[in-house]
Design a protein around this ligand. Structure first.
Ligand code: ZN
Length: 138
């Protein structure tokens, strides 16, 4: 087993901003030069998530609206009350979606659907610099 690694770094405005990281992950896979294996993608932080979706304006809008309905940004959250914080909703949204995905690759290509992109979603209520660790296992 061989492990190659790569880091993706990006600035986001937060507040549910969604970044398409598919090409960044594919680039790490290409650099690894492996034929087949797994790419694990992990976002560091408790207010950020990684998932897959169709990355287009309608899908982005609907996904953000869904999360606003499920986990509203305002409310009596214990995290905010106890820590004089404002981003309890961001922690909850990140925990529900999760910080990572694992995508197989074959012939050096990620096995993703045509309308399936890997995305990072930054839920924090302020701009952040985010780091995504990509590890290639082959
Ligand atoms: Zn917090």
């Amino acid at each position: 087993m061989t492990v190659h690694g790569g880091l993706l770094r990006m600035d986001t405005p937060g507040n549910g901003h969604i970044v398409d990281i598919t090409e960044g992950v594919a680039s790490v896979v290409r650099t690894a030069g492996a034929d087949r294996g797994l790419a694990t993608v992990f976002a560091r932080g408790s207010t950020v998530a990684v998932t897959t979706m169709e990355y287009e304006p309608g899908g982005i809008h609907d996904f953000q609206a869904l999360l606003d309905r499920l986990i509203p940004s305002s409310g009596e959250y214990e995290h905010n009350l106890r820590n004089h914080d404002t981003n309890a909703h961001a922690h909850l949204r990140a925990a529900v979606i999760g910080p990572s995905e694992t995508v197989p690759f074959i012939d050096g290509q990620l096995v993703l659907g045509t309308w399936q992109q890997l995305v990072l979603i930054d839920f924090d209520d302020r701009p952040r610099t985010r780091t995504v660790t990509v590890q290639i296992v082959s």
